[in-house]
Design a protein around this ligand. Structure first.
Ligand SMILES: Cc1cc2nc3c(=O)[nH]c(=O)nc-3n(C[C@H](O)[C@H](O)[C@H](O)COP(=O)(O)OP(=O)(O)OC[C@H]3O[C@@H](n4cnc5c(N)ncnc54)[C@H](O)[C@@H]3O)c2cc1C
Length: 445
């Protein structure tokens, strides 16, 4: 019984949270066990504590963004990235309060801001804070500052390493607090873990991907300005995935260049021979897919994600709500379950611009022969003889189709951010239990 509880996904998810809290507070614990010999007073202790907590949080950011499968499988990438964003603001606030308390309680410490006369430990603190300020500004206002994603990602990595490296240098430099053996061990362990995560993400992972290449077998046009990229593993078995999951794709270039994009698989999750992605031409990278010649080398990092019907084996059926290119995880779910001979009912509510734009329209109709599948198309621009649904997927529309016993289904939503918000609110109003609603956001950053 006990081991069952320990294995359950909820127990594991809670376990990670406790591990995070424990590591964040560990420096404080050691400070409590081995207090400094001279009493420094409450405010200085608070300042030091905030600095320590902020530094541990910043070092842990490397773990949050390293795409560690076991952590990611508990929450999904978007929840982890949301947490990464919010917790970085908390750490940033602590970093700013840490010296402010010192300046108020011991005004003579203001001299440490004079970069030319200050000791190195103080200079490192100033530089770490500047790196952190630049990190926060370029992340929060990236789009307003018109920084393209790829250069931003490189800059983000460099600033993060500078902020944490200099922060650790500062902490170690303030030997006063680190003189004791266990404190030195702790910070060295944190520093080494952060360095290892960096090496893992930048070198080990790309090297593992390099050993498992794929070839582009075909690039197929689909309706709605979408292109399906079919990949075949070369010299290895490929991978199975749970339908609805996604992978990061690198095309043509070496995975060490770290220019990768996330896409949901649109094929049968149980077929390791061929993995397909259906990509809407919307921007710099996605516009180039149609011109990718067959035979091009590709590298995949995946599968990732918790947006999958496979996590709900015991549910009585599914409601899939897609808008535009949000159909890709849904088609993978439907194809996979059709091939598996699933007998449960599927309801697909699918919003598109117009009839011609509907991606996978024929494939979806074909799937009705193999699955208990009901498809409701919702169009913006209506053909002359259209008698189906139109406009927005709102509460009234959903009420017409979703089953009365709401909790008997799992609800999956993937669409534009605006549509996803509206559908989520409507489902709440229709008393769908929040735990039965699952969403995949295509705009991670
Ligand atoms: C989990 C997930 C699954 C997705 N599945 C699909 C799918 O099946 N089909 C599909 O067409 N699209 C999918 N997307 C969206 C797709 O990843 C982006 O549209 C694409 O990366 C944009 O690249 P671009 O250079 O063409 O666009 P650009 O116009 O250059 O960039 C537009 C915006 O896309 C984001 N972006 C750009 N590059 C990246 C990158 N390397 N990594 C992450 N975000 C980036 C940035 O916010 C950027 O501002 C998915 C996204 C996620 C997060």
């Amino acid at each position: 019984m006990k081991s069952l509880l320990m294995q359950s996904p909820v127990a594991i998810a809670f376990g990670w949270i406790w591990a995070y809290i424990f590591i964040t507070l560990l420096p404080l614990l050691i400070l409590l066990i081995y207090p400094p010999l001279t009493g420094r007073g409450f405010w200085i202790d608070l300042s030091v504590a905030l600095g320590f907590i902020a530094l541990a949080m910043m070092a842990l950011q490397f773990a949050l963004t390293a795409r560690i499968n076991r952590i990611e499988a508990s929450y999904g990438v978007d929840i982890i990235l949301q947490f990464h964003r919010y917790i970085s603001l908390v750490a940033f606030t602590f970093v700013l309060i840490h010296p402010l308390i010192l300046f108020v309680v011991q005004p003579e410490t203001l001299q440490l801001l004079n970069f030319f006369t200050a000791p190195w430990r103080a200079r490192m603190a100033v530089l770490a804070t500047l790196a952190l300020i630049a990190l926060v500004i370029t992340s929060v206002w990236r789009q307003q500052l018109k920084i393209p994603y790829e250069p931003w990602r490189t800059l983000h990595g460099i600033l993060a390493v500078l902020a944490v490296g200099l922060g650790l240098g500062h902490a170690i430099g303030v030997g006063n607090y680190l003189g004791l053996f266990w404190k030195a061990v702790l910070w060295t362990a944190i520093a080494l873990t952060a360095i290892w995560l960096l090496i893992y993400v930048r070198l080990v992972k790309p090297w593992l991907m390099l050993k498992k290449p794929y070839l582009v077998e075909e690039v197929r046009p689909e309706s709605g300005n979408v292109w399906t990229l079919a990949l075949r593993p070369i010299g290895h078995k490929g991978f199975c995935f749970q339908p609805g999951q996604f992978a990061w794709i690198t095309l043509e270039i070496s995975p060490f260049r770290m220019r990768e994009h996330p896409f949901s698989m649109s094929s049968n999750g149980d077929n390791t021979e061929k993995i397909e992605f259906s990509i809407k031409a919307l921007g710099d990278f996605t516009n180039t897919i149609k011109d990718v010649p067959p035979g091009t080398k590709a590298f995949l990092d995946g599968p990732y994600g918790v947006f999958t019907t496979d996590r709900y084996e015991d549910t009585a059926g599914f409601v899939l709500i897609a808008g535009g290119i949000g159909i890709t995880p849904m088609i993978s779910m439907l194809i996979t379950h059709a091939e598996r001979g699933d007998e449960r009912p599927y309801l697909l509510i699918y919003a598109s611009k117009n009839w011609e734009d509907i991606t996978f329209r024929e494939e979806l109709d074909e799937l009705k022969k193999k699955l208990d599948l009901t498809i409701i198309h919702v169009l913006k621009e209506l053909p002359e003889d259209w008698s189906g649904e139109s406009g927005y997927v709102d509460k009234e529309l959903l009420q017409r189709y979703i089953p009365k016993r709401r909790a008997t289904r799992q609800y999956f939503i993937c669409a534009s951010p605006k549509m996803m918000d509206q559908v989520e609110i409507a489902l709440h109003q229709l008393e769908v239990p929040p735990t039965n609603i699952h969403m995949e956001h295509f705009n991670l950053v």
